[in-house]
Design a protein around this ligand. Structure first.
Ligand code: SGN
Ligand code: CA
Length: 533
C-alpha cells in the first residue's frame, strides 16, 4: 500500500474539552445496525419489484422518519475491507485491509475507540470478521460471531472465551444488544452500539418462522440473468453464477431425491450438522414438500437455472425478514425507553449484492448492484422525515459522521466527509461529484479480477488489471444494466479520455498507487487475450 498518513496520526484539532454534565446528556446515542450482503434491491424503501414482494417495513421506517441515501456506495465491495473502511474512514490502501483473510490492526485508530475515550459507552454485537476477536480494538463491550458466523447455534466469542449459543443468529444478536441496552448500560452516559448481523450472507438459512414465507412467491427474473458477458472478459471469467457456482445443498438447500431429506452437495456440512434435532426436524417439515416437488419435476438446463434463482430469492429474502424484525425490535425499544429522539439510527450493509443480475450472487465487481449499498439514517430534530439524499456518499463517510454528531473533531487522515453536511438533502457546493473504487481480492473466491474505477452521476470507467487487462466504459443513462462495454466506441472517446484524467486525479487525491497507473498501457499478452474475445 501507498505510504501515507494513518488515521492514528494526531488529530488536527485539540481534543474536545470534557463536556459539562448537561451537555454530556445531550450528546446523541448512536445505533449502527449493519447486515452482511444486503442488496439495496431487497430494501423496499428503495422501490422496485423485489421490495414490493418482500417488504422491509422496519428498515423503511428509518427512511420514512429520516433520510434515505439513494446514491450510497462502497469503496471495495467485500466484507473485511468495508468494515475496516467504516472504522477508519479510509480507503483500503491506507488502512491496509485490502482483502478478506488479512488481519486488521486492532491497535489502529478507529472511531469507536475515539468516542469511547470521549465518554461514550461502546458495544459491539454480531459479526466482526476483521480478526479472530475485537480484543484490543478499544470497543468496551463485545460479543461476536466467530469469523463469518453460523445461522443456527453459532459459536460466540466474548472476552471470556468461546461457546456455542443455541438459537438463530439474527435473533441472538438482537437479544444480546437489547440485553445490554436494558441491563448493562449506564443510563447517564451516551452510548454507541454496533449491531452487526450475519444475515443475509451465504448460506442463506432463514429462521424456522420464516422458512415458508416466500415459498409461494414468484420473483421477477432479471432480464440479464442469462448474460453472455460479450465484450466483458472479467465478467466472463468470474465463478459466481447462481446456476453453476452455488452449492446445491449448502446454499440452495436442495435435497437428493424425493422423500429424502439428505442435502445435495454441501461443501461445509457444519452449518446443518450443528442444528439441534428439533431444529432440523422443523426445517425438514417446512421444506420437504418444496424439495420433493423440485426432485419430482426432474429439472435440467434453463429450467433448473430458473428454479435455482427462485429458490435463492426465497431463502435470501426470508433471512432478510429476520433482519427487518430485529430492526423493528430495536426501534420499538428506543421508543419505549424514550430514547428515540436523541439517538441516531443507521441501517446499512457491508456492501451490495447480486440478486440474479448477470446471473450472479455475491459482490466484488464495481457494477451497480454490488457497488451500491443500502443506507438509511434517522435522527429526529436533525434529519427531517422523508429526506432523500441524492449526493454520492461512500462508506469512508461513516466514521467522520459519527465523530461529527458526537461533537468530536474529524482527523485529516480520514478520507471521507461527515454526512451531516448532506442530510438536509442539499449538498454543499464542494461535495464530491464522483466516487472512486478499488477491488483487490484476486486470486480468490469467485475469481473476480482486481480493478479500480470512477463512477460519475452518469458514466462509469473501470480498469481490470492482472491476468486480464481491460478497460470498460458504461453510459448508465442508456445502459443501466452495464451490458455494453463501449470502451472502443469512437463516439465515446472524448468522455473516456476525460474520465481517465479524472480517475488519475482521484487516485492522486486519495493517494492510491496500488495497481497499474492509469496511463500504463495494457500489456501485449493481455491485449492479445482481449482481442481474442
Ligand atoms: C465466503 C463465501 C463467499 C464470499 C466470501 C466473502 N463462501 O468465503 O461466497 O464471497 O465469504 O464474503 S462460503 O460458502 O464460505 O459462505 S464476505 O461478505 O465476508 O466478504
Ligand atoms: Ca459481506
Amino acid at each position: 500500500p501507498a505510504c501515507a498518513t494513518r488515521a492514528d496520526d494526531p488529530p488536527r484539532h485539540a481534543a474536545a474539552s470534557s463536556a459539562a454534565p448537561q451537555a454530556e446528556q445531550r450528546r446523541p446515542n448512536i445505533v449502527f445496525i449493519m447486515s452482511d450482503d444486503h442488496a439495496y434491491q431487497a430494501v423496499s424503501a428503495y422501490g422496485g419489484e423485489i421490495g414490493r414482494l418482500a417488504p422491509t417495513p422496519n428498515i423503511d421506517r428509518i427512511a420514512r422518519e429520516g433520510a434515505i441515501f439513494v446514491n450510497s456506495y462502497v469503496t471495495n465491495s467485500l466484507c473485511g475491507p468495508s468494515r475496516a473502511t467504516m472504522l477508519t474512514g479510509q480507503f483500503s490502501h491506507l488502512h491496509g485491509f485490502t482483502r478478506n483473510g488479512e488481519r486488521f490492526d486492532n491497535a489502529a485508530w478507529n472511531w469507536v475507540r475515539e468516542i469511547g475515550a470521549a465518554g461514550y459507552q461502546t458495544a459491539l454485537f454480531g459479526k466482526w470478521h476483521l480478526n479472530y476477536s475485537p480484543e484490543g480494538a478499544g470497543i468496551q463491550t463485545w460479543k461476536v460471531l466467530d469469523d463469518q458466523g453460523k445461522y443456527y447455534n453459532p459459536d460466540i466469542i466474548t472476552p471470556e472465551g468461546r461457546s456455542v449459543v443455541e438459537g438463530y443468529a439474527t435473533d441472538l444478536v438482537t437479544d444480546f444488544s437489547l440485553d445490554w441496552l436494558e441491563e448493562e448500560r449506564d443510563p447517564d452516559r451516551p452510548f454507541a452500539i454496533l449491531i452487526h448481523h450475519k444475515a443475509p450472507h451465504r448460506n442463506f438459512m432463514p429462521a424456522i418462522r420464516h422458512l415458508q414465507k416466500y415459498l409461494g412467491t414468484e420473483f421477477p427474473v432479471p432480464t440479464n440473468y442469462f448474460d453472455h458477458y460479450d465484450g466483458r472478459p472479467a465478467a466472463a471469467a468470474q465463478e459466481m453464477t447462481i446456476y453453476e457456482d452455488m452449492y446445491e445443498g449448502h446454499d440452495l438447500h436442495m435435497t437428493e431425491a424425493e422423500g429424502s431429506n439428505e442435502l445435495r452437495f454441501d461443501r461445509w456440512p457444519d452449518d446443518f450438522a450443528r442444528m439441534t434435532p428439533e431444529q432440523r426436524a422443523a426445517w425438514d417439515a417446512r421444506m420437504q414438500a418444496s424439495n420433493d416437488a423440485m426432485n419430482e419435476a426432474g429439472l435440467a438446463g434453463r429450467e433448473l437455472a430458473l428454479w435455482k434463482y427462485q429458490r435463492y430469492m426465497k431463502q435470501y429474502l426470508a433471512t432478510v425478514a429476520a433482519v427487518d424484525d430485529s430492526v423493528g425490535r430495536v426501534l420499538d425499544w428506543l421508543e419505549a425507553n424514550g430514547l428515540d429522539d436523541n439517538t441516531i439510527v443507521v441501517y446499512t450493509s457491508d456492501q451490495g449484492f447480486y440478486l440474479g443480475e448477470h446471473g450472479w450472487f455475491d459482490k466484488r465487481f464495481m457494477y451497480e448492484e454490488s457497488l451500491r449499498t443500502p443506507l438509511v439514517m434517522r435522527f429526529p430534530g436533525r434529519i427531517a422525515p422523508g429526506t432523500r439524499v441524492e449526493a454520492p456518499v461512500q462508506n469512508v463517510d461513516y466514521a467522520p459522521t459519527f465523530l461529527d454528531f458526537a461533537g468530536l473533531p474529524v482527523r485529516d487522515a480520514i478520507q471521507g466527509r461527515s454526512l451531516r453536511e448532506v442530510v438536509d438533502g442539499d449538498a454543499p457546493a464542494d461535495w464530491r461529484e464522483d466516487i472512486y473504487y478499488h477491488y483487490y481480492e484476486y486470486p480468490g473466491f469467485h475469481s473476480v479480477r482486481a480493478h479500480y474505477g470512477v463512477r460519475t452521476d452518469r458514466y462509469k470507467l473501470i480498469r481490470f488489471y492482472g491476468d486480464i487487462n481491460q478497460w470498460e466504459f458504461y453510459d448508465l443513462a442508456t445502459d443501466p444494466g452495464e451490458m455494453h462495454n463501449r470502451i472502443d466506441d469512437p463516439a465515446a472517446q472524448p468522455i473516456v479520455a476525460r474520465l481517465k484524467t479524472r480517475l488519475e486525479a482521484l487516485r492522486a487525491q486519495y493517494r492510491d498507487s496500488d495497481g497499474p497507473a492509469v496511463r500504463d498501457p495494457l500489456t501485449a499478452v493481455a491485449k492479445g487475450r482481449r482481442d481474442a474475445q
